[in-house]
Design a protein around this ligand. Structure first.
Ligand SMILES: Cc1cc2nc3c(=O)[nH]c(=O)nc-3n(C[C@H](O)[C@H](O)[C@H](O)COP(=O)(O)OP(=O)(O)OC[C@H]3O[C@@H](n4cnc5c(N)ncnc54)[C@H](O)[C@@H]3O)c2cc1C
Length: 474
């Protein structure tokens, strides 16, 4: 039998493994020791697969509105191991699909209602953090959506026009190059749209804090317990190597990108690598060289996506995509050294004044991307299965809304005030291999060429319209 000191040595070793997942988990103020795993067969009212924001928000609202409900979360690693412990920390009103796409698909009124719901969701995240004592460094710097280079201006303008058309002209401001430069000194700045209502936070503190709150409310969390299969039905059941949970009311599927490793969801989601680079804290001289005193969440119109956050302790976090998709949706490691090198060059290009800034950390994570970029929220009352996933790169606030809605759907409460046109939407499946690999690699490559053309201010590649269509981009 292991002695107490052997057990604590083992959990210390495991917690230090999880320390290397991301800067956010390392600095979450929590020792990351895994909770006990699921051993044996148990029952619960609601069984949840996944201890990220989706699973935890669903548990939180179930328990808040139904004290005494028996909720079990089964997590393959530790809470926050997935995207929730690795993301960029934007807590934004933007849904995973662009407002103009929503408008074309569901009409102006539904889109307006969905956006109002999302604006209120940012408020709700802040409210819960305050009321539950989760200190997640929540702040409201807004978003500065910039055009770097003249070719990016039409995209900013189009986004702004969409918001104005939908009646949100008072929540978004179009800035000239000069007005934008008064906020931040980045290269090639041609203009921007400023959206004050958005927030930023410390992702690790939020997910780890939320897990503690759920436990305090009576939820049971099993960690290092990978679900290998589940069966829907009148008594839905999930199975791990060492146990199972039978759910009386509902089984909730909240595993995001990792679900692609289960046969049932293999073609529902594409695991897409997304990486972050974090600098050491900048000196006051460096901050005065680049401005950015408002600490706005910052992004450009790059096809491979680039976005930046200023942390409260004066670092810059820079995120981008582009690590090559792996055959068969393999999820070996989201971290790609070649992409990291490009990202470091991009960061230096954003801020020539910071070309020698020291990099403190870098890490990667997986986004879950549905074939039509539309996230899934549904509850099948007959089979007692709830699903919420597919947030692409916009899940920090959206998971709160989906978790709140799913909790209400499971317990038959009204969704009043929560409006979302895509409830129950079923995305098409991703193509089987080799077509998936060929298509995704082609789009990644084309987006890289398109971004290079914009940087050089040269004509876009001839296949840009095709790549945009295949990549579901504006
Ligand atoms: C690098 C990066 C940057 C991002 N930046 C932003 C941002 O700035 N703003 C924004 O809004 N969104 C961002 N996102 C997206 C956002 O982080 C996610 O949408 C959100 O965290 C999804 O939460 P989730 O709980 O659904 O999934 P996850 O956090 O991925 O959690 C899923 C959990 O389920 C567990 N799991 C999966 N399968 C099983 C199984 N079979 N058995 C047991 N457990 C299982 C996993 O271990 C994992 O812990 C980013 C994502 C990444 C990767």
């Amino acid at each position: 039998m292991a002695t107490q000191s052997e057990i604590s040595a083992a959990s210390l070793a495991q917690s230090s493994t999880y320390n290397s997942v991301s800067f956010w988990l390392k600095t979450a103020g929590d020792n990351l020791s895994p909770r006990p795993s699921l051993k044996g067969n148990v029952t619960a009212d609601v069984a949840i697969i996944g201890g990220g924001y989706s699973g935890l928000w669903t548990a939180y609202y179930l328990l808040r509105d139904n004290p005494g409900l028996d909720v079990a979360i089964v997590e393959g690693e530790i809470c926050g191991y997935g995207a929730s412990g690795r993301n960029g920390g934007w807590c934004s009103f933007r849904l995973p699909i662009d407002a103009s796409v929503l408008e074309a698909r569901y009409g102006a009124q539904s889109t307006r209602d969905a956006l109002l719901t999302m604006y209120a969701t940012v408020d709700e995240v802040e409210r819960v953090c305050e009321s539950e004592g989760i200190d997640a460094d929540f702040r409201r710097p807004g978003i500065l959506n910039v055009a770097r280079g003249k070719q990016q201006l039409p995209s900013v303008r189009k986004t702004y026009d969409t918001y104005v058309r939908l009646g949100f002209g008072d929540r978004n401001v179009l800035l000239t190059a000069e007005e934008a430069r008064a906020r931040i000194n980045v290269s090639d700045l041609e203009g921007a749209m400023y959206s004050p209502a958005s927030a930023a936070l410390h992702p690790g503190k939020l997910v780890r804090g939320l897990a503690r709150v759920v436990e305090r409310m009576g939820g049971v969390i099993y960690e290092q317990s990978r679900v290998t299969a589940f069966e829907p039905g009148t008594s839905p059941r999930l199975v791990t190597d060492e146990g199972s949970v039978v759910a009386r009311k509902a089984l909730v599927v909240a595993g995001e990108a990792y679900l692609s490793q289960l046969p049932r969801y293999h073609r529902a989601l594409l695991p897409t690598s997304s990486m972050l680079v974090m600098t050491e804290p900048l000196t006051p001289q460096q901050w005065s060289a680049i401005g950015w005193q408002g600490g706005e969440c910052l992004n450009s119109q790059a096809y491979l996506v680039d976005y930046l956050v200023r942390t409260p302790d004066g670092r810059i976090t820079y995120g981008s995509r582009g690590a090559p998709y792996k055959w068969g949706s393999a999820m070996k490691d989201p971290y790609d050294p070649a992409t990291l090198d490009v990202m470091k060059q991009n960061l230096a290009a954003w801020f020539p004044a910071l070309k020698d800034v020291a990099i403190a950390d870098s890490w990667g994570g997986y986004l879950g991307v549905p074939r039509d970029w539309t996230p899934r929220i549904s509850f099948d009352a007959e089979n007692k299965v709830g699903e919420l996933f597919g947030y692409t790169g916009r899940g920090v606030a959206t998971t709160n809304l989906f978790g709140r809605m799913l909790a209400a759907m499971i317990t038959g409460r009204s969704l009043e005030g929560l409006s979302l046109p895509m409830i129950g939407h079923q995305s098409p499946k991703w193509e089987p291999e080799p077509f998936r690999w060929l298509g995704v690699r082609y789009v990644q490559n084309a987006f890289r060429r398109m971004d290079t053309a914009v940087r050089r201010d040269s004509a876009p590649p001839l296949d840009a319209p095709l790549a945009r269509r295949l990549g579901q981009q504006k």
